[in-house]
Design a protein around this ligand. Structure first.
Ligand code: NAD
Length: 387
C-alpha cells in the first residue's frame, strides 16, 4: 500500500518501511565513515529500536564490530496498520548486519518482564556465551512489575506548578502552558518506570546466570538541560527518576564489585525522539537549540552523539572520562555558554508572530517525520510498499 504520515499531536500513527530502512542505512554509513572503535565485543542493548538505543547498537556493530542482541517493544503490521518504526528499523539493522557477517538478534517484548530477561539471557548463553557491555536505553510510559502492578510515569513538576512558553504544534502559536505538580504517588510511579530499578534487575539477572564478563561495562542515558526546563525536567518527576538512575549506577558498581563491572550514566543532548516530543515546553526549546547549534556547525543527531560517546568518552585513549559529577557528558556542546546564551536570548523574544523566523521549526519537523520514515531523501512515497 501507499503509506502516508498520520500525525496526531506528538505522535505519528504510521511508519514507512523504506524510509525507516534508509534512516538506518544512513546512520550505518555515518559510523562506517568514521574510524573504528576498539571497544566491546558482545553488546546487549535494551531499548534498541529507535533513538539513542538504536544509535548505540549501530555504533557497537558497525563501529566496534560487536555482536549485538537488541531488546525492543514494537508492533508488527496488521491489516492496514503499519508496524511501528522500531520494527522496521530493527529489520533493516539486522539485514545490514547480516550482510557484513555481524551477529545480530533481537527480542521483541517487554524488557521489564522476568520472561523477556530469561529469554535474552538464554540467547546470550547459547549464542555468545557472555556479554561485555550492556546499554540500558529504555524510554517507556509504563512498567508492569513481577507482582502484576502497573506503574505509569508522569511528566509533571515536583512542588509548585510551572508556567512557561509552549509551542502549539497544531497551529504554530506560542501560548503559556502550565504543567501541574505531581502527587507523591505520581513521583514514586515515575521513578518506578524511568528510574534504575529495572536496570539493577537486568544486571543481577545477567550476573546470576553467569552471562556477563568480568570488567564488563554498563551504561544508561540521562538528560539535565538548561535551568529553563528544570521545573519540567531536571527537577520534575522525570528528573527524580533520572536521579534514581544515577544512584543505580553506583548501586550496580557496588553490588557487582567482585566481577569488576563498571556502571555509568551518560548525559546526552536534547533531541527529537518519540520520548522527548511528548514533553511540554521541550519542543520549543529544541527548535531554538537546533537553530543555534546548526548555525555554529555543532548540531548532532543520535548517531553523532553515540559515536562520539563511545569513541572519545568510553573507549578513547584516556579510558572512561567521567566529569566531576561522576557522569559522562555528550551534552557538553548543548550546554556551552555561548550556545545557551543565544538560545535564552531567542527564548525571551519568541512569540506567535516570529516563531517561524526565530526557531528551526522545520528542523524539528524534519526530525519528527524522519523518526517515522517520512521526508527521507531518495524515497519515492508514491510507490506501493509491503508493510
Ligand atoms: P526512544 O523512545 O526513541 O527509544 C526507546 C526504546 O525503548 C525503543 O527501542 C523502544 O522499543 C524501547 N522500549 C520502550 N519500552 C519498552 C519495553 N517495555 N520493553 C522493551 N523495550 C522498550 O527514546 P530515546 O529518546 O532514545 O530515550 C532513550 C534514553 O535516552 C532514555 O533514558 C532517555 O531519557 C534518554 N535521553 C533522551 C534524550 C532525548 O532528548 N531524546 C536526551 C538525553 C537522554
Amino acid at each position: 500500500m501507499v503509506v502516508e504520515p498520520k500525525v496526531k499531536g506528538f505522535i505519528c500513527t504510521t511508519a514507512h518501511p523504506t524510509g525507516c530502512e534508509k534512516n538506518v542505512s544512513e546512520q550505518i554509513d555515518y559510523v562506517k565513515k568514521q574510524g573504528k572503535i576498539s571497544g566491546a565485543k558482545n553488546v546487549l542493548v535494551i531499548g534498541a529500536s529507535t533513538g539513542y538505543g538504536l544509535a548505540s547498537r549501530i555504533t557497537a556493530a558497525f563501529g566496534m564490530g560487536a555482536a549485538t542482541i537488541g531488546v525492543l517493544f514494537d508492533k508488527e503490521a496488521s491489516g492496514k496498520r503499519t508496524a511501528t518504526p522500531g520494527f522496521y528499523n530493527t529489520r533493516a539493522f539486522e539485514g545490514a548486519a547480516a550482510r557484513e557477517g555481524l551477529y545480530a538478534k533481537s527480542v521483541n517484548g517487554d524488557a521489564f518482564s522476568v520472561e523477556i530477561k530469561q529469554q535474552v539471557i538464554q540467547m546470550i548463553k547459547e549464542d555468545l556465551g557472555k556479554v561485555d557491555m550492556v546499554v540500558y536505553s529504555l524510554a517507556s510510559p509504563r512498567r508492569t512489575t513481577a507482582n502484576g502492578t502497573t506503574y505509569v510515569s508522569s511528566l509533571k513538576t515536583v512542588g509548585e506548578s510551572f508556567t512557561q512558553k509552549n509551542w502549539n504544534l497544531r497551529d504554530n502559536t506560542i501560548t503559556d502552558a502550565t504543567i501541574p505538580s505531581a502527587s507523591e504517588e505520581e513521583i514514586a510511579a515515575t521513578v518506578k518506570v524511568m528510574g534504575g530499578e529495572d536496570w539493577i534487575d537486568w544486571m543481577d539477572a545477567l550476573v546470576e546466570a553467569d552471562a556477563i564478563e568480568e570488567n564488563a561495562i554498563t551504561i544508561a542515558y540521562s538528560y539535565i538541560g538548561p535551568k529553563l526546563t528544570y521545573p519540567i525536567y531536571h527537577e520534575g518527576t522525570i528528573g527524580r527518576a533520572k536521579k534514581h538512575l544515577t544512584e543505580s549506577a553506583c548501586a550496580i558498581a557496588r553490588k557487582q564489585k567482585a566481577l569488576g563491572i563498571k556502571a555509568y550514566v551518560s548525559v546526552n543532548k536534547a533531541l527529537v525522539t518519540q520520548a522527548s516530543s511528548a514533553i511540554p515546553v521541550v519542543p520549543l526549546y529544541l527548535s531554538l537549540l537546533y537553530r543555534v547549534m546548526k548555525e555554529k556547525g555543532i548540531h548532532e543527531g543520535c548517531i553523532e552523539q553515540m559515536y562520539r560517546l563511545y569513541k572519545d568518552k568510553i573507549f578513547g585513549a584516556d579510558g572512561v572520562t567521567v566529569e566531576t559529577d561522576g557522569m559522562l557528558h555528550v551534552d557538553d556542546w548543548e550546554m556551552r555558554e555561548d550556545v545557551q546564551t543565544e538560545v535564552m536570548k531567542l527564548w525571551e523574544q519568541i512569540d506567535s508572530s516570529n516563531l517561524l523566523k526565530l526557531a528551526d521549526t522545520e528542523g524539528y519537523w524534519e526530525d519528527f517525520y524522519r523518526m517515522f520514515g517520512f521526508r527521507v531523501d531518495g524515497v519515492d512515497y508514491s510507490l506501493d510498499v509491503e508493510v
